[in-house]
Design a protein around this ligand. Structure first.
Ligand code: IPE
Ligand code: IPE
Ligand code: MG
Length: 254
């Protein structure tokens, strides 16, 4: 009998990152190669998001954080910005019920004060409707910037009465937008650029970085497997000494 491809791997499968953060880049170039407007690439990119959420769930990932709109993306033409805002409304109405039914918990990180009421309501609805779910936590970074996050965390800490003496890395972490999640283990950027572009600056201090030329709309299960295989092959040291090689492979002492 054929193996059940929908079977869930154990949540703690060895080598599977608990928290994956993705800079979903390359939508515009994907569209341009097809002589289509950039928003066409963003629409396909949204299908990729849903596919990657399913694949992360199947692999036992606990947290997936995706960069959907940066603090800097307001610099794009009005038409593209409004197209992206509209895609939020389309995406929530098209996919929310299905994702919620699959146990996905949606959270949104970013400055919501600058987006329209309709977009804010769509994000609020997505969070509200999935708040009791216990499956994959998907954080959509929207109007998000790593520098914004650090500043808002400082402001909230001050508002909470934290004094300079009391401010520690742990205290600041608890005020960051992703305080509910462990730091990302694996940072993926598609689209060929090798930069961070103001994503999760505080949280990726010790993430393993993986860059691929694959454009985001083309990213699929096989590409995710490649990223996970690269991750599984890394030795994470967090500043400590490398793990000792097995005794049998040690050169004999002179
Ligand atoms: C990333 O794709 C998606 C967003 C920034 C919203 P881009 O739109 O940056 O695509 P490229 O980099 O121009 O190809
Ligand atoms: C980063 O991609 C932002 C998102 C994926 C949402 P950009 O395309 O905006 O980054 P830069 O401008 O190439 O650094
Ligand atoms: Mg880009």
């Amino acid at each position: 009998m054929a193996a059940d491809s929908t079977a869930l791997p154990p949540a703690s499968a060895a080598g599977v990152p608990r928290h994956v953060a993705i800079v979903m880049d390359g939508n515009g170039r994907w569209a341009r190669r097809r002589f289509m407007p950039r928003i066409f690439g963003h629409k396909y990119g949204m299908e990729t998001v849903v596919r990657v959420i399913d694949e992360c769930t199947r692999r036992g990932v606990e947290f997936l954080t995706i960069y959907a709109f940066s603090s800097e993306n307001w610099k794009r033409p009005d038409e593209e910005v409004s197209g992206l805002m509209n895609l939020v409304l389309v995406g929530v109405s098209k996919y929310l019920a299905r994702l919620a039914g699959n146990g996905v918990r949606i959270r949104v990180a970013g400055d919501r004060s600058a987006v329209s009421d309709r977009v804010r309501q769509a994000w609020n609805e997505a969070e509200e409707c999935t708040r009791d779910n216990t499956g994959l936590t998907v954080t959509v970074a929207f109007n998000y910037g790593g520098r914004w996050d650090i500043v808002q965390a400082c402001k909230r800490a001050i508002a909470d009465g934290v004094t300079a003496d009391q401010l520690t890395e742990g205290v600041l972490s608890r005020h960051m937008a992703l305080a509910y999640a462990p730091d990302p283990d694996l940072f993926i950027r598609t689209g060929g650029e090798v930069r961070v572009s103001n994503f999760l600056l505080w949280q990726i201090a010790y993430a393993e970085l993986y860059f691929t030329d694959c454009l985001w709309p083309d990213f699929d299960a096989a590409e995710l497997d490649k990223a996970f295989a690269a991750y599984a092959s890394r030795e994470r040291r967090f500043g400590a000494v490398p793990a000792a090689a097995p005794a049998s492979s040690q050169p004999a002492s002179a």
